[in-house]
Design a protein. Structure first.
Length: 95
């Protein structure tokens, strides 16, 4: 759905919520939260151009690079989040 020139993130329909911030270099930070009462185990697309992404879990201290696939239209990131778990995703236009 596109409202007033806005293109909402598709993963909202899957039970995730987010805050998105643009960095000075044109890449993005996403703060994601699984708001459902079930484990989220799926691929998500982002409304951002990216070739790689880093994942940061502030609660556990774990970090690393996301598994990426191209769905034929855009790159997607694989996420597995427990109910109410949060994660920061940092996108990169370069690999």
């Amino acid at each position: 759905m596109k409202i007033s020139g806005l293109n909402p993130e598709a993963y909202y329909a899957k039970g995730l919520e987010s805050v998105k911030r643009r960095k000075a270099d044109g890449n993005y930070y996403y703060f994601l939260k699984n708001t459902s009462d079930t484990v989220f185990d799926d691929w998500i697309s982002l409304n951002a151009e990216f070739k790689s992404a880093a994942l940061y879990n502030a609660m556990t201290g774990k970090d690393g690079y996301a598994t990426i696939q191209n769905n034929g239209e855009a790159n997607e990131i694989y996420l597995k989040l427990e109910p109410n778990e949060t994660l920061v995703v940092e996108t990169f236009k370069r690999e």
